[in-house]
Write a protein that binds this ligand. Structure first.
Ligand code: ADP
Length: 260
C-alpha cells in the first residue's frame, strides 16, 4: 500500500523484475522518450536485460525509435513483448494498433488503466531493469501510473525552455507521495556543437537545470546536446547504433541505477 489509497498491483507471476525506473517530464517534446531509449541502450550494452514499458500512450514513440513493428504474441498467460535487434523487450500501445498512425484520444483514467495492463498482463520475464516512459506532464495520468506500479526511482527530463523549477518541484512532490527517490535531473537540448568550429551554441539560452537541481538538492545527472545524428537514427529506428561521447555520459548516469 502506498498510503495514498492506491494499491500496488501485482505483476504477472512469470515476471522477475529487479528495478523499475520511471522517466518523466513537465511537457511533451523535451526528449523524454529519446532519453529513455538511450538509457535502455546503455544498460543493455553493459550486459543487463532491459525492457521498456511505453506509457506515453498518446505519443508512443519507443517502437519506432527501435524499429520494432512486430505485434506482441498473445498466449494463454498474457502478452509476450517483441524484442529490438539487440534484445530490449518493448511494450507499447502502438504495437497493438492496426495502424501506428492512428491517434489515441483517451482521458487520464483510461491511459492509466491501459498502462496498468502493460504491467499485469505482459510477460516481461527476467529483467534487470524495466524503464517506464511516462505520459508527459505531472498530472493525474503519470501520478496514477507511478502509484500503481512499484517504481524504484524516478528520472526527470527537462529542456532549457522549460519552467524547470516547476517541473522539478512537482516531480519531488510525486516522489514523496510514492516514497521513491528521485535519481536526478537530465537536461536535453542544452546546446548545439558548431560543426565548423566546435563552439557550443546555447540556442535556448543558458541552461537552468543544474541550478534547479541544486536548489532542491537532487542530483544533476547532466545535459545532452542537440545532435542531428541522434534524431536521424531515431527516425530510422536505429537508436541502438548511436555512438558518441554523449552515450558515454549516459553510461555514467546509469551507474547510479546499478547501485539501486
Ligand atoms: P518526448 O518523449 O519528450 O515527447 P521525444 O523523445 O519523442 O520527446 O523527442 C522529440 C523529438 O526530438 C524526436 O524526434 C527526437 O528524435 C528528437 N530529439 C530528442 N532529443 C534529441 C537530441 N538530443 N538531439 C536531437 N534530436 C532529439
Amino acid at each position: 500500500d502506498t498510503g495514498t489509497g492506491i494499491e500496488k498491483i501485482p505483476a504477472s507471476e512469470l515476471n522477475r523484475i529487479k528495478n523499475v525506473i520511471a522517466i518523466m517530464s513537465g511537457k511533451g517534446g523535451v526528449g523524454k522518450s529519446t532519453i529513455t531509449g538511450l538509457m535502455a541502450v546503455s544498460l543493455q550494452r553493459k550486459g543487463y536485460k532491459v525492457g521498456i514499458l511505453d506509457a506515453d500512450i498518446t505519443g508512443p514513440s519507443i517502437p519506432r525509435m527501435f524499429g520494432v513493428k512486430k505485434r506482441p504474441e498473445n498466449i494463454e498467460f498474457g502478452l509476450i513483448p517483441p524484442e529490438s535487434s539487440t534484445g530490449i523487450r518493448i511494450m507499447s500501445l502502438n504495437l497493438l494498433l492496426d495502424n501506428e498512425d492512428d491517434p489515441v484520444i483517451w482521458r487520464g483514467p483510461l491511459i492509466a488503466s491501459a498502462v496498468k495492463q502493460f504491467w499485469t498482463d505482459v510477460i516481461w520475464g527476467d529483467l534487470d531493469f524495466l524503464l517506464i516512459d511516462l505520459p508527459p506532464g505531472t498530472g493525474d495520468a503519470p501520478l496514477t501510473v507511478m502509484q500503481s506500479l512499484p517504481v524504484d526511482a524516478l528520472v526527470i527530463v527537462s529542456s532549457p525552455q522549460d519552467l524547470v523549477m516547476m517541473v522539478v518541484k512537482k516531480a519531488i512532490k510525486m516522489s514523496r507521495i510514492m516514497g521513491v527517490p528521485v535519481l536526478g535531473l537530465v537536461e536535453n537540448y542544452s546546446y548545439l556543437v558548431c560543426p565548423k568550429c566546435g563552439e557550443k551554441i546555447r540556442i535556448f539560452g543558458e541552461s537552468r537545470g543544474k541550478e534547479a537541481a541544486e536548489q532542491v538538492q537532487i542530483p544533476y545527472l547532466g545535459s545532452l546536446p542537440i545532435d542531428y545524428k541522434l534524431a536521424e537514427l531515431c527516425d530510422r529506428g536505429e537508436i541502438e547504433m548511436y555512438d558518441s561521447d554523449e552515450i558515454k555520459r549516459i553510461e555514467d548516469w546509469v551507474k547510479d541505477l546499478e547501485r539501486l
